[in-house]
Design a protein around this ligand. Structure first.
Ligand SMILES: C[S@@+](CC[C@H](N)C(=O)[O-])C[C@H]1O[C@@H](n2cnc3c(N)ncnc32)[C@H](O)[C@@H]1O
Length: 377
């Protein structure tokens, strides 16, 4: 625990206040914050003064001057972290952030690319977007004379992913003029809070960031914040984990529904703005799915009339739609089962990465099973 004691001393020197919480190692989650005494709802548990943030205002002058003017904040912060030496003023913080191995094991961007095809569709789309952001930022580093000798792609990928998983949204008079995705800061110590689908309140003013208990916690409880209302495909790609219980989780049904449609039906759905992005959550299928399924149950003319009038077609049609959904989900369940089986035979990547993918597909299967059971009840 020595490095954490050192971090806390360093944090105190910078005006960071912890009240009733302390960092602890949490199995399966790296480090996390734990209540060191009973906490009451609305009790302030952390304060980080703005002066303690690592932001565009604190990066080295050479990073600012040598990178092109349009370089994104993500790349600037990552470049600045890459330049930290063991003697850096941030070394107590650098000593506690996850290792290179832990980052590259957990985040799909750093995985063996042969595993990417096993990501669910929304996760793969997020990964492709992340790949192009990283390529843009890596190009900015390579085109500059910032690093001499130059750094490797792996060096930069590590700090880029650290920034990806540890930054907080922050606005000041300067960043308010920048695009939203450039308004990011690193917060030593606050970045040790893990995520849950509901958690403590995070707020900022020009003077500080604060974290306030959302409810009472007993001594020893892990205290979470919520990184956002994210489904598990998002958490997997952006943060490298999935939650076992996630009220925001959802499953994309495109691969279940699109194959059921004829070319003509797809064209029609596209024309009306209802092609794809079909989503199932714990309670319901989305409106887009309801509209698309109706096209499988009635004539094109009847369907167009319903869509144009914004009608649902009544109970009898809803029964047909529910039966159609049940049939499609039972079929898609077979596809999901096939992916889980296939993953058992895959040798690419690490066992833990394949386990994570398998766990995600099992969650998808669970959501499908619960929906089938609900439709049949
Ligand atoms: C802001 S950091 C939180 C502190 C981090 N656990 C550490 O050891 O430094 C975010 C990272 O923590 C991990 N994490 C956060 N919440 C988690 C959770 N509920 N389950 C598993 N890992 C989690 C993920 O690796 C994520 O990328």
């Amino acid at each position: 625990m020595e490095v954490y004691d050192e971090l806390l001393r360093w944090a105190e020197d910078r005006g960071i206040e912890l009240h009733g919480v302390a960092p602890r190692s949490i199995p399966g989650r790296g480090m996390g914050m734990v209540a060191t005494k009973p906490l009451k709802a609305n009790e302030r548990i952390l304060l980080v003064p703005t002066s303690a943030l690592r932001s565009l205002d604190t990066v080295r002058t050479q990073v600012k001057t040598k990178l092109a003017k349009d370089t994104k904040a993500h790349a600037i912060l990552a470049a600045d972290l890459t330049m930290d030496k063991p003697t850096s003023k941030y070394s107590p913080w650098n000593a506690v952030v996850p290792s290179r191995e832990s980052i590259s094991s957990s985040l799909p961007l750093a995985w063996d690319a042969r595993l990417h095809r096993y990501l669910p569709k929304p996760a793969l789309a997020l990964l492709r977007a992340q790949e192009s952001k990283f390529a843009r930022d890596w190009a900015a580093i390579q085109q500059s004379s910032l690093f001499s000798p130059s750094i490797t792609r792996q060096d930069f990928l590590y700090t880029w992913l650290l920034v990806n998983t540890r930054t907080f949204y922050h606005e000041n008079h300067r960043t308010a003029k920048l695009p939203k995705d450039d308004r990011m800061v690193l917060q030593p110590v606050a970045d040790l809070f893990n995520h849950a689908d509901a958690g403590c309140e995070v707020a900022f003013t020009p003077a500080s960031f604060t974290i306030t208990a959302d409810r009472a916690y007993a001594e020893g409880d892990e205290v979470f914040i919520c990184y956002g209302n994210h489904h598990n495909d998002f958490l997997l790609v952006e943060y490298g984990f999935v939650l076992a219980h996630n009220r925001w989780d959802e499953v994309c049904l495109d691969d279940a529904i699109l194959p059921e449609l004829s070319d003509g039906q797809r064209d029609l759905l596209e024309e009306k703005g209802f092609l794809g992005k079909y989503v199932l959550d714990a309670r319901t299928v989305c409106y887009r799915t309801q509209v698309a399924l109706r096209l499988l149950c009635i004539s094109t003319e009847e369907w167009e009339a319903l869509v144009d009038e914004g009608e649902d077609g009544g109970e009898e049609l809803q029964d047909k739609v529910d039966r159609s959904l049940g049939r499609i989900l039972r079929k898609y369940r077979g596809v999901v089962e096939g992916t889980i089986k296939e993953l058992k035979a895959v040798e690419a990547g690490e066992a833990g990465q394949r386990y994570m993918l398998s766990m995600r597909w099992q969650q998808i299967r669970g959501l499908i099973d619960r929906t089938i059971a609900r439709l049949e009840s």
